[in-house]
Design a protein around this ligand. Structure first.
Ligand code: FAD
Length: 320
């Protein structure tokens, strides 16, 4: 049985969701799944990963307290050369992209980045990549190699529940000396505005279908009556109707509210990537073919300038 290494990503004391997404993907490939965890003080993360992997390889060393691609690559080269996995999956994030191409080059691996799907056909992987904003999916075949590597896009694969109980193996840090040509200095958190939409339970999210800035108070009134926060698409942020910290999507925030009410949002893949983890999606759009309806649990095909005032009236009536 082939072995697949999955590079776990954590940042600022949090295991990133993409790690579980990668492990879920690897588990679908009928292979032995090994999570590789580089960090410092990693016991809790190792236990969590053990429920998603057949094996967790942990290098627990202060050298890995903060991300440094040079140290990470040196450790991965040693671990991969020792165990010779068939494939390595890294996240297609800032961290993963920092090592993917360079590591593949060093090891002579056949690789591709930013995949949204992966299968094994015989021994060889076949990956899926999205093109033209998600309108077309491409099939990526790999040049024959001893090792294959891919970078998985965040949010592309829903994480399953962990049902394994993998063995946790602590290994000595194979990297003799800390990198001198790249140093971690500080982590700079982007400023969070008055509302952190990543923590919102209810979101009323607005798109270009709102037409004009002067219609924003209507959206705010609806959100106020629902006890929801207001977010939006990039089109709305670019138009200056909402501040940048309210943008949902690939270049904005990833949100996971219980309810996501999408008003006049088309559902471009860049937007959907940020909101498809919502428990319940309700979309209002006058175009019955708008892609957002593919992700919506409930939909209203109508003019939001008619529907939103009706919702406001109904909520006011219900609240007495
Ligand atoms: C590199 C890159 C990164 C990007 N990152 C993001 C991102 O993070 N987040 C993001 O949102 N976008 C992002 N985009 C932009 C994305 O591709 C879309 O252009 C954007 O999401 C469209 O916003 P929208 O749905 O509000 O507008 P539109 O696509 O213009 O859709 C408006 C919708 O409103 C409907 N509508 C119009 N009038 C009404 C009405 N009266 N009542 C009801 N419905 C109505 C229309 O039918 C349409 O479906 C990115 C693009 C690129 C290239």
């Amino acid at each position: 049985m082939h072995e697949i290494f999955v590079l776990a990503e954590h940042r600022q004391g949090e295991l990133r969701d993409v790690t579980l997404e990668m492990l879920t993907l690897a588990s679908q490939l009928d292979s032995k799944v090994t999570a590789v965890l580089l960090g410092s003080g990693m016991d809790a993360f190792a236990s969590k990963l053990a429920s998603f992997a057949d094996r967790v390889l942990v290098v627990d060393d202060p050298m890995f307290a903060n991300w440094n691609a040079i140290n990470a690559q040196a450790a991965l080269v040693a671990l991969i050369n020792k165990d010779k996995p068939h494939m390595v999956i890294v996240p297609n994030t800032g961290q993963g992209a920092d090592v993917l191409a360079s590591l593949a080059l060093e090891l002579g691996a056949s690789f591709t980045s930013d995949i949204i799907g992966l299968a094994l056909e015989g021994d060889k992987p076949v990956a899926t990549r999205a093109y033209y904003g998600g309108k077309i999916n491409g099939r990526i075949e790999f040049k024959d190699a001893e090792l294959y590597m891919v970078g998985l896009r965040e949010g592309a694969i829903p994480a399953a529940e962990g049902s394994k109980s993998g063995a946790i193996e602590k290994v000595d840090n194979p990297v003799a000396a800390d990198a001198t040509d790249r140093k971690f200095l500080d982590y700079e958190q982007p400023a969070i505005g008055d509302v952190d939409i990543t923590q919102s339970t209810l979101l009323v999210s607005v798109g270009r279908g709102l037409r004009e800035d002067k219609n924003m108070p209507m959206v705010e009134e609806l959100a106020g009556l629902m006890g929801a926060d207001v977010s939006g698409s990039r089109a709305v942020v670019d138009a200056g109707w909402l501040p940048a910290d309210r943008q949902v999507g690939i270049s904005g925030k990833t949100v996971k509210p219980k309810l996501y009410l999408a008003l006049g949002i088309s559902g471009a893949f860049q937007h959907v990537t940020g909101m498809k983890g919502a428990d319940l999606v309700v979309a209002i759009n006058k175009d019955p073919d708008a892609p957002i309806f593919q992700y919506a649990d409930y939909g209203i095909v109508d003019d939001l300038l008619k529907v939103v005032p009706a919702l406001i009236d109904k909520l006011k009536e219900m609240k007495g």
